[in-house]
Design a protein around this ligand. Structure first.
Ligand code: NAD
Length: 441
């Protein structure tokens, strides 16, 4: 049976490690962040991810899952090592491989038997070959020759339903030329393999490309409907009906056709930028992806301008923002449209009251540069109290059912910006608000 090490215990590593243990594997999760590992060893999950605590609890209790900062001891026990470290954007837009290189070199300096090294981080095409090279260099320094294989196994989980996604993936992609490594990977994912989950076996390069192409395609789809929403506003069409009818076409599909204030998060913004950089490096410009990146930036500002146009001048006005995470069911605020919206409105003199059910701790440092103009509210009603306008920026379930009459009483004016189109305009209007959605009158 495979004994698995997972290097990096963030959103992807913690979920992958816990779920792989739930599949019956022995898993050791390693991170160099002592605080994170201490918390996990005490049963505290450092991120907000529904359902993860239960999977961690049941697998640590039966001894299949453990957490450590001690990489040498962990690697001594493992024959499969996942790399799940961050690949943040570098200054030139490409993926910064610093953490991947560190992890690969650490592996090369420590392994003492045949090991399968599995790259789960999202990395530029060609990184699998680089990982092989970095490990070989470290083995050379040690003057030894140990057999190993590198596999690309990109991850497609969505924050907010990551546990479900990991356990019920649409497909598992395994990129490797080694028959031995592929067979070990099928063992690692035995429960999915037996469940007839589609396994795509391919080369390292294709596996790496699949991840970027998939994320970029989804970013393009969101951006497309955002642009159509803008045109709907000008022409009198209603994007809700347009998207619903488009989505019924089996060739198009209904997912990712919900207009909003632009995509954010830890993946789409950085992966589209990285793919565009790869395109430029290979002199094969990815025009659609590059346009998507620009259009998405405009969409965030367009949402903020909608508020400005209705309320101007903003100086002396207070705006209530409900939702700071880039989407519901996560505390992740990386590249969240709420950040751009707050920055824009504050730059015009507005005061902000903000609330998110999970991301307040994140917000405290990610919005610290605006702190003189920001009030951190303790719930949605506290957030809207004394505000001139209410803005729904993230579609958390608890924001779908606001007591509109109470809201109207708490606000000092009556502007309602539904940037996620979660309310029926007539309901909001009949409660006494001026309603502004996305892509409809
Ligand atoms: P993250 O920043 O949440 O976690 C990365 C972790 O790696 C951190 O805890 C960090 O301390 C640790 N780390 C870095 N170098 C280390 C080392 N040498 N040894 C031990 N620990 C180390 O990142 P994430 O969101 O989990 O993303 C990881 C990768 O997965 C990225 O490439 C990302 O693009 C990809 N991905 C993310 C998602 C997502 O929804 N977050 C989904 C699919 C793929």
């Amino acid at each position: 049976m495979a004994k698995i090490g997972v290097i990096g215990t963030g959103y992807v590593g913690s979920v992958s490690g816990a779920c792989l243990a739930d599949f019956g594997n022995y898993v050791i999760c390693i991170d160099n962040d002592e605080k994170k590992i201490d918390a996990l060893n005490k049963g505290t999950i450092p991120i907000f991810e529904p359902g993860l605590d239960a999977v961690v609890e049941r697998n640590t209790r039966c001894g299949r899952l453990s957490f450590t900062v001690d990489l040498p001891v962990a690697l001594g026990q493992c024959n499969v090592v996942f790399i799940a470290v961050g690949t943040p954007p570098a200054d030139d837009g490409g993926a910064d491989l610093l953490y991947v290189e560190q992890a690969a070199r650490q592996i090369g300096s420590l392994i003492d038997k045949y090991t399968v090294i599995v790259n789960k981080s999202t990395v530029p095409i060609g990184t699998g070959r680089k990982v092989t090279q970095w490990i070989k260099e470290e083995l050379l320094k040690r003057g030894i020759n140990i057999d190993f294989d590198v596999v690309s196994n990109p991850e497609f989980l969505r924050e907010g339903c990551a546990v479900y996604d990991f356990m019920h993936p649409d497909r598992v992609v395994i990129g490797s030329e080694s028959e031995k490594a592929r067979s070990i990977m099928k063992d690692v994912y035995r429960s999915l393999y037996l469940n007839e989950t589609p396994f795509i076996e391919t080369t390292l390069e294709s596996a790496e490309m699949i991840k970027y192409a998939s994320n970029a395609f989804l970013a393009v789809k969101i951006t497309f409907i955002n642009e159509i929403a803008g045109l709907c506003e000008k022409t009198g069409a209603n994007v809700r009906d347009v998207a619903r009818a488009m989505g019924k076409d089996g060739r198009i599909g209904s997912k990712f056709l919900h207009p909003g204030p632009g995509y954010g998060g830890s993946c789409f913004p950085k992966d589209t930028k990285a793919l565009s950089k790869i395109g430029r490096d290979y002199d094969e410009i990815q025009h659609i992806v590059e346009t998507t990146i620009e259009t998405n930036e405009r969409q965030k500002i367009r949402a903020a301008k909608k508020i400005e146009n209705a309320l101007a001048p903003l100086n002396g006005k207070t705006i209530s923002i409900l939702g700071l995470a880039f989407k519901p069911n996560t505390d992740d605020m990386r590249e969240s449209p709420s950040i751009s919206i707050c920055e824009y409105l504050v730059s015009l003199g507005a005061k902000m009251r903000v609330f998110d059910p999970a991301a307040m701790k994140e917000a405290a440092w990610r919005l610290s540069h605006l702190k003189d103009s920001l009030f951190f509210a303790c719930d949605e009603y506290d957030c809207m109290s004394t505000a001139d306008a209410l803005v729904i920026a993230t579609e958390w379930n608890q924001f779908r059912n606001i007591d509109l009459l109470k809201a109207k009483e708490l606000l000092v004016s009556n502007y309602f910006f539904d940037l996620r189109n979660i309310y029926k305009p007539e309901e909001v209007i009949s409660a006494g608000f001026k309603y502004y959605g996305i892509g409809h009158q």
